[in-house]
Design a protein around this ligand. Sequence first.
Ligand SMILES: Cc1cc2nc3c(=O)[nH]c(=O)nc-3n(C[C@H](O)[C@H](O)[C@H](O)COP(=O)(O)O)c2cc1C
Length: 208
Amino acid sequence: MSKVIYVEASPRKSRSHSSKLASIFIESYKTHHPEDVIQTIDLWSADLPEFNDEKLNAKYSIMHGEDPSDSEKSAWKEIESIFTTFNEADKYIFSVPMWNFGLPYVLKHYIDVITQPGLAWSFSPESGYSGLVKGKVLAIYATGGAYDVGSETEAFDLQKPAFEGWLSFIGLTDVERLVVAPTLAAPDDVTAMEESLALDAKKMAESF
Ligand SMILES: Cc1cc2nc3c(=O)[nH]c(=O)nc-3n(C[C@H](O)[C@H](O)[C@H](O)COP(=O)(O)O)c2cc1C
């Protein structure tokens, strides 16, 4: 039995192109892997804690090998618990809308909370940085415009490089992708594109 975590970063539910494709993938995945457990983390109702001065002090104490104070320890416990939930999966699905060429702030917030020394990554002078998270990833991107590789708009795409840079930093290098784009095209074109992507998603779910 594998555990799958689905991190949902669009607030638009059934109107979200990335969430819709994730649902199609997950339904197909369940058919092909009936014994697996799937947990959804909806970042819009996750009530993430502020990653504030107290949490940063805890982070820097740990990074510098110091003994954190009692208040830093309790701030860190909250972070550890959110990270532990994330880290329990064998496979990850992320729905990732593009907002202002990058990531929605809730997803960035989640990344800032869970990307911690000794949890998501480690450092040693001999081997440098190492990611500590293991698993397979499906990243489902949705963008209003199109940012195809080799196109004039590619350089504006700060969503996929930022997201995949982060995945790689924490150790998640086995990544499959589905890209819904452009979602702001003519409705008939979007419908045709989504029908084709739905077939791809169902197929990918068989062997994910
Ligand atoms: C706040 C906001 C900012 C956006 N910024 C961009 C952008 O910079 N480039 C773009 O191509 N689309 C942009 N869009 C359009 C979304 O990427 C598009 O609607 C996409 O389908 C969102 O994913 P979703 O359907 O899963 O919610 C933006 C949408 C919102 C709500």
